[in-house]
Design a protein around this ligand. Structure first.
Ligand SMILES: *[C@@H]1O[C@H](CO)[C@@H](O)[C@H](O)[C@H]1NC(C)=O
Ligand SMILES: *[C@@H]1O[C@H](CO)[C@@H](O)[C@H](O)[C@H]1NC(C)=O
Ligand SMILES: *[C@@H]1O[C@H](CO)[C@@H](O)[C@H](O)[C@H]1NC(C)=O
Length: 364
């Protein structure tokens, strides 16, 4: 059976079950009227049941024949129904892992419709944008392969990046400290992906990320980052309510100061967030830790651009056996990162020149 097809028979059976449930539920309410919340809760349980026992209608985005032959969407949806397969949870979505019988591993992003970010948006547009994103061709970006929509959630399937998030690699694994060469190549990879997205001339224009943080970067290898979650950036129409936008744009610690007074996500706002990611790579500290904001710390510690003073903030686990060439490279990247988090938008580089600057550092 084709993985993506919900058969007519199953569909009719489900319709019948659903109607029965509604009838039973309403009759049970007796004289008390319909409790909508309890009803919604029940439907949620019902949806889980559906996913588990029926193949839900899936749709291909990719034309890639390897994925089309290896990825079984029904199997992927089965995996999502089991909590043990949950890999991580970000502000907007939950990621699940699904391993196919052939051994190929996929990652399924579940977006919650009732989440604030989606209250403003319609499924047709979401699908249109997914199709645009599916056609992108850049090795530092997570490209959607297939999707499924249900009443409460959207599920988008990607190839599984084996090493989790950059946040986990940098901040939670103590034994394996990322080497400087890896961190440098991660910075270049993210800049490459960002320059690609900002330079896109898709039918919907350049792609601007709604939020960028070490938690939205997934690692294919220790030195190859993939930018994920970018589709959210396009979902929001900035013409709608102001509060909703500011509530969802950006993650704490990565939010550019100008977002406090505007509602538009911008390319230079993305560059700011990238600056914070670079600071995390350089210092080994999270964007926010114990109430300390990394951006503020970097700006105060580096006010005098005196070499020795700057070094205080760099990750001491890297400095101990770094050659002077590596130290210089780290300081050059620190200067670039500080440029990215400049308060004035004019002082921040654009993503393309950012990439050039990073690549030029390699030849010092
Ligand atoms: C896909 O997975 C479902 C559920 O495990 C299974 O019934 C079906 O046979 C699989 N399809 C293919 C083509 O392997
Ligand atoms: C979806 O989001 C709503 C509102 O943010 C939340 O109450 C609900 O628990 C979420 N559901 C899941 C399955 O994450
Ligand atoms: C994607 O890009 C790579 C290298 O940049 C190229 O070799 C490949 O043909 C491209 N694929 C498509 C489908 O455009």
């Amino acid at each position: 059976m084709d993985a993506g097809v919900l058969s007519f028979a199953a569909g009719s059976a489900l319709g019948f079950v659903l109607v029965t449930i509604i009838v039973v539920f309403i009759s049970r309410q007796g004289n008390g009227g319909l409790d909508i919340m309890a009803f919604v809760d029940m439907l949620m349980g019902f949806e889980r049941f559906l996913i588990q026992f029926y193949s839900v209608k899936g749709h291909w985005i990719t034309d890639n024949s390897i994925h089309k032959s290896k990825l079984n969407l029904s199997k992927a949806m089965e995996a999502v129904s089991k909590p043990v397969n949950m890999m991580l949870k970000s502000e907007f979505c939950t990621y699940y892992k699904a391993v196919m019988p052939c051994g190929m591993s996929y990652c399924i992003k579940k977006l919650n419709w009732s989440c604030k970010a989606f209250q403003l948006f319609n499924p047709e547009r979401f699908v249109q944008e997914l199709m645009v994103l599916g056609k992108l061709n850049n090795s530092n970006i997570m490209i959607p392969l297939a999707y499924t929509l249900t009443a409460r959630s959207a599920y988008v399937v990607y190839k599984n990046p084996q090493h989790g998030t950059l946040f986990d690699l940098l901040h939670t694994s103590c034994d394996n400290v990322l080497k400087w060469e890896e961190r440098y190549s991660i910075a270049v990879g993210i800049a490459r992906g960002l320059a690609f997205l900002h330079g896109c001339s898709t039918s919907t224009g350049p792609i601007i990320l709604l939020h960028l943080s070490t938690k939205s970067i997934l690692m294919e290898s220790l030195s190859k980052p993939l930018i994920g979650d970018f589709d959210l950036g396009k979902v929001i129409k900035p013409s709608k309510t102001m509060e909703t936008i500011s509530a969802v744009a950006g993650s704490v610690g990565y939010i550019p100061p100008e977002y406090a007074c505007t509602i538009k996500v911008t390319p230079s706002g993305n560059v700011y967030s990238f600056g914070i990611v670079m600071l995390e790579l350089l210092t080994g500290r999270p964007a926010i830790s114990e109430g300390t904001n990394l951006a503020e710390l970097a700006l105060t510690r580096t006010q005098s651009i005196h070499h020795d003073k700057c070094k205080e903030i760099l990750d001491c686990r890297l400095l101990s056996d770094a050659s002077s060439g590596v130290r210089d490279q780290m300081l050059s990247l620190l200067r670039i990162a500080l440029g990215c988090i400049a308060v004035s938008l004019d002082e921040r580089p654009n993503a393309e020149s950012l990439l050039d600057m990073l690549l030029n550092v390699a030849t010092i």
